[in-house]
Design a protein around this ligand. Structure first.
Ligand code: GAR
Length: 214
């Protein structure tokens, strides 16, 4: 890897995780956000990128385009940035197996649940409906099966009886902003990799919940 890890962030919306990563990279001389790609032209994260003078691209899905066709165009847009790391930060598209396999070990995602619980959508409401007392967020390497790649790091939050989906989402979001820049930093320092389908940090294979200190 070159001196500075070239980080490319893919978004669909607000981009608060993008912002946390931009801010984290300001303090991390080993990583640079070199570009932001959105599938939505009105994603607020694009404005955040412009404010930080980061190059942006939009890859909008055409009507009737297949997933594989879209992903081929997305790959072209990605390749222009020659990234070392692709960070999915609220990028709300399912990616084809071929696409994911092409970036194995180089693409990470943040998912608002304690995986393997609640893959897919509406995770906060599902945690409330199940009367979970603990909920949280996971950062994981991306593999073809949705939200199922090896977990790198999780953060937990309490769930209170009076919680609404919005309040719980805010609590989780705050933790997201703490853990995602940290994982980017680990990767940029060459401390983190995916080997044989497992997340490995400092040569130690991580367990199902990722890095954990008790
Ligand atoms: C985050 O909460 C992230 O965990 C979630 O989208 C939000 C994006 O927020 N991602 C997923 O649900 C992916 N399955 P942001 O645009 O403010 O970073």
């Amino acid at each position: 890897m070159s001196v500075s890890c070239r980080v490319l962030v893919l978004i669909s919306g607000n981009g608060s995780n993008l912002q946390a990563i931009i801010d984290g990279c300001d303090d991390n001389l080993q990583a640079d956000v070199v570009g932001v790609i959105s599938n939505k032209p009105d994603a607020y994260g694009l404005i955040r990128a412009h404010q930080s003078e980061i190059d942006t691209s939009c890859v909008i899905a055409y009507k009737d385009e297949t997933r594989v066709e879209y992903d081929a165009r997305l790959k072209l847009a990605i390749d222009k940035y020659q990234p070392d790391l692709i960070v999915l930060a609220g990028f709300m598209r399912i990616l084809s197996d071929e696409f994911v396999q092409g970036f194995e070990g180089k693409m990470i995602n943040i998912h608002p649940s304690l995986l393997p619980k609640y893959t897919g959508l509406h995770t906060h409401q599902r945690a409330i409906d199940a009367k979970d007392q603990v909920h949280g967020v996971s950062v994981h390497f991306v593999t073809p099966e949705l939200d199922s790649g090896p977990v790198i790091l999780q953060a937990k939050v309490p769930v209170y009886e009076e919680d609404t989906c919005e309040i719980l989402a805010l609590r989780v979001n705050e933790q997201e902003h703490a853990i995602y820049p940290l994982v980017v930093k680990w990767f940029s320092q060459n401390r983190l990799a995916m080997l044989n389908g497992k997340a490995v940090l400092d040569s130690v294979e991580l367990g199902a919940a990722g890095y954990a200190v008790d």
